[in-house]
Structures are given as structure tokens and as C-alpha cells.
Design a binder for this molecule. Sequence first.
Ligand code: ZN
Length: 131
Amino acid sequence: MAVIAYVLLRTKPGTSHQIIASRKIPGVQMASSVFGRYDAVLVISAKDMDELSKTMYDVIEKHPNVEHSECLISIPYPPEEKPKAPAETYSVISFACPSCNGLNRQGAAYCRLCGYAFETAEDFLEGKHER
Ligand SMILES: [Zn+2]
């Protein structure tokens, strides 16, 4: 599953601007120097955790002035529940009427189109099929 991470970096004083070059690293969507408790923020997207680790490593390896990093992995938005099939929906096995060829539901006693009376399995076993 795709991963988005916000990476907070502390750098050696006066070097946070170097992190802007991280934008060239594949997977780094954004890299900014910031004011505050951290010196730079990156947004990284990756196809999975392995790729995220690799991108993190690339960033930190290429910036020896990074003193501290914190990787905040975003929580995936809960996937929408697949709509359940309506309760009244059931699978229907249909068969063709021998008289009119219209489709009828399995177990029907009469054709819904022409009214032809179907033989049931019980009829057949009991020898009632010869009318
Ligand atoms: Zn019919």
C-alpha cells in the first residue's frame, strides 16, 4: 500500500537550505526549510515501507548535516466499505422453458411467460412425467 510520510529534520546550524536539494531524490515530493523546532520538512511518497526506508536513507546519506530525523507516517484514509449486495439479491439459476424458451427461475412450477407446467425432479422420480 502506498505510503506518505512527513519527515522532520534537524540540521547543523546554517545548513537547512541544503535539504532543498532533496527534491531531486525520487519519492521526495516536497522539501522546505522551516522555522521552528525543526529545520526542514520533507514530504515523501513511496509504494511501501521498504521504498520509504530507502528514500529516507538516500536523503540522510546525501545530507551529512542532518543531525536528527523524525519520520511521521500518515495514516491511510480508511478505505470506503464496499457496498454490500442488497439483502433481497440472491443468485438465480435460470433455465429455459421447453415450450417458449423463456427463462424461468430454478424451482418454478410454471413458466412465467407461457404458463407451461414444469416437471419437478420429484415428479420425474415418481414417474409423473408422463402426462
Ligand atoms: Zn414458457
